[in-house]
Write a protein that binds this ligand. Structure first.
Ligand code: WTA
Length: 661
């Protein structure tokens, strides 16, 4: 069956294996349905029960959900707790305290282990160092770190003292970092001198310096630098300190600061449909509750598990399923510094074998690239490794195509591991729609059914439910504890982006299109309905890339960016560019395209580089001057133009834009 065909008629069903059902926390569909019914009958009671069972409160809450100022919802609002205490201190005096919290594998293969007790001491010491630097409860701290134990320590240490962290992915540019330091009003940046990826030493601190040199970071007082490698970096006296300097003499005990349930645990910037990234603000209690509960439900995590989520802490997946969830669940997790293809494309399989990973969570893009590598080189095929420790596989970040699903199931999971295809977003804090490993019959390419308590639905423009089989917009009709609380500093944008008036103002609009199957009512995500692209599971705003291109003012007159499907990366960035000079062709066009790509990498980060660049004398516009994006999408896909082009001012340019470099 071809890939296209199998998407259209996906009728393969994989019931959960006996072994997965037996002893699962949610065992069988009846158990799932019972939880859904509990949430349906007593919505607040359901969440209150989970919050009491799963979190340790320093001051118990008496009120579950406050909807009085919707859509600014509050959960457990009179309760107090500390997130770090709920990940670390709570394991003291239990068998968990002496087990490995993190098994860290560096880029070069060196392995470091740290137990829960040791991690608590490290986090406490770092928290004391932050306090000594004058970082207080409520202050914002930017974390610009590689994947390391120290990255997790920095996040947990902020949580411990009630500082709000904002992690910026280490692949983002100085400009992106600068923008976030200012928007968050950060008082400190935690970074490393360099990061190691694929055998290369890449600068981080130098980028921090560049960002600060752009000016306007008036709130910033401190930069703490983890010396990941032996190479020295520039240090500014009075502002910069190494970890060693900052930690010297600090006690390894630090009483966790109780914060209100709604206190912002973190801000994480993500792309929206305008040029400016959104600072997604999360709460403490509701967020942590869902990170913990989804570890239990979606991954059915057990004390004996070795969990490995390959996501970077710079993304939300690395927050919920590296920095918080696994620790709150008390399991051992693997943290990996490097890339899946170094020293070869067998790295993931080698690490699963070596660390006896039982639950493995990664992105479709990684799977697709490893399929390609394994097909080209038998030595890096998963069949060459002992993957028998695995019991559950997960997928996240983008739709997984059924062919990749089947390969993952067969060659990695040995046809015995359920695959949980987890749909969720930066804004949702944790999983929303996902199979349960011990209950849900799986259909490749479908994220199946919402978790209990998550009132997901598919509706039309005015919020009316559409029948199964018809496409529509994915919404969540009722609030849930781990939902976004605000866009940092921009409540109007929060309301406008997520709670459309036309739907009544209280439905959460995910920004994705979806369809439910006619037979089972299973959800399948069909892709973003706004101007957000998903490239290798990374969210990119088309407007952000457009602004980056036109900011090259000497060269670029106009630019329009659209996505097109890509076999490897899911979607690819396609940029249509009008230059201030005449339209280039041949080698010259190639040269300018390279220049533009490098510029975008510098402005945003290498992940945003356009794969295709097309030059035209003009862009297709309606007579009223609007860029015809739908038309550009067809051109990018190489499709025949079926749209009405009669309103087009200059039809001749369509041919120019269809021309590949
Ligand atoms: C997409 C990542 C299909 C979707 C956790 C969403 C998915 C965006 C899936 C959020 C999935 C995520 N199937 N699409 N299992 N998971 N997406 O904020 O378009 O980086 O809106 O969060 O990724 O990306 P974000």
């Amino acid at each position: 069956m071809s890939a296209i065909e199998s998407v259209l008629v996906e009728n393969r069903v994989f019931p959960p294996p006996e072994a997965a059902v037996k002893g699962a926390r949610i065992s069988g569909m009846k158990a799932y349905e019972a939880l859904c019914a509990e949430a349906g009958q007593d919505f607040e009671g359901f969440w209150a029960r989970l919050a009491r069972e799963n979190l340790a409160w320093t001051k118990p809450f008496t009120r579950t959900l406050d909807e009085s100022n919707a859509p600014f919802y509050k959960w457990f609002a009179d309760g107090e707790l500390n997130a770090s205490a709920n990940c670390l201190d709570k394991h003291l005096g239990t068998p968990v305290e002496n087990k490995d919290a993190i098994v860290f594998e560096a880029d070069d293969g060196a392995v470091t282990r740290i137990t829960y007790k040791q991690l608590l001491a490290r986090v406490s010491q770092f928290a004391n160092a932050l306090k000594a630097q004058g970082v207080n409860k409520g202050d914002r701290v930017i974390i610009y770190m590689p994947m390391t134990i120290e990255g997790v320590v920095a996040m947990q240490a902020c949580a411990r003292i009630g500082a709000t962290h904002s992690v910026v992915f280490g692949g983002f540019s100085a400009k992106a970092l600068h923008e976030r330091i200012i928007d968050a009003g950060a008082v400190a940046v935690v970074t490393a001198n360099y990061q190691m990826r694929g055998g290369k030493e890449l600068p981080l601190k130098a980028i921090v310096d560049e960002a600060i040199a752009m000016g306007g970071c008036n709130t910033l007082k401190q930069v703490l630098v983890y010396m990941r490698t032996a190479t020295a970096c520039n240090m500014v006296a009075g502002r910069d300190q190494t970890f060693d300097e900052a930690l010297e003499g600090q006690s390894t005990e630090c009483v966790p600061v109780p914060v209100n349930a709604e206190h912002p645990l973190f801000i994480l910037y993500t792309s929206g449909s305008t040029g400016k990234p959104k600072g997604v603000q999360h709460s403490t209690a509701g967020y942590l509750l869902w990170a913990k509960v989804t570890m239990d439900w979606t991954f059915d995590i057990k004390p004996s598990d070795v969990f490995w989520c390959t996501a970077d802490i710079g993304w939300v997946t690395g927050h919920s399923y590296v920095a918080y969830g696994p620790l709150a669940a008390g399991c051992t997790q693997v943290v990996f510094e490097g890339v899946p293809t170094y020293p070869n494309a067998g790295r993931f399989w080698d690490m699963i074998q070596k660390h006896k990973v039982t639950v493995f969570y990664t992105a479709p893009t990684a799977i697709r690239s490893l399929i390609k590598a394994a097909e080209g080189d038998e030595k890096v095929h998963p069949a060459r490794y002992d993957l028998s420790s695995l019991r559950i596989l997960g997928s996240v970040g983008e739709p997984i195509n059924p062919e990749a699903w089947m390969w993952y199931h067969k060659h990695v999971g040995g046809e015995r591991c359920p695959i949980v295809d987890t749909f969720w977003q930066t804004e949702t804090g944790g999983h929303m729609i996902t199979p349960l490993p011990g209950a849900t019959p799986l259909v490749p390419g479908s994220c199946t059914l919402p978790l209990p308590g998550i009132m997901a639905a598919i509706v039309d423009e005015v919020g009316k439910d559409v029948p199964n089989g018809s496409g529509g917009m994915l919404v969540v009709k009722r609030p849930w504890p781990s939902m976004i609380r605000n866009i940092w500093g921009d409540p109007e944008r929060y309301k406008k982006s997520y709670f459309p008036e036309e739907m009544g103002g209280t439905y959460y609009l995910a920004g994705d299109g979806a369809v439910r199957s006619e037979d089972r009512g299973y959800f399948r995500i069909t892709g973003r309905i706004d101007d957000v692209l998903n490239v290798s599971g990374h969210r990119l705003g088309t407007m952000e890339i457009e602004s980056a291109l036109v900011s090259m003012t000497e060269l670029v007159a106009e630019a329009a960016v659209v996505g097109r499907p890509d076999d490897m990366t899911g979607e690819a960035v396609c940029a249509f560019v009008v230059l201030k000079r005449s339209r280039p062709t041949g080698e010259e066009a190639q040269k300018i395209a390279t220049q533009l790509r490098n510029w975008v990498a510098k402005e945003i980060g290498p992940i945003a580089k356009p794969k295709d660049i097309r030059f035209g004398d003009n862009l297709p516009k309606t007579r009223s001057g609007k860029i015809m994006r739908r038309l550009l999408r067809s051109i990018a896909r190489g499709e025949a133009i079926t749209q009405d082009t009669s309103t087009l001012e200059n039809p001749a340019i369509l041919e120019q834009l269809a021309e590949k470099l």
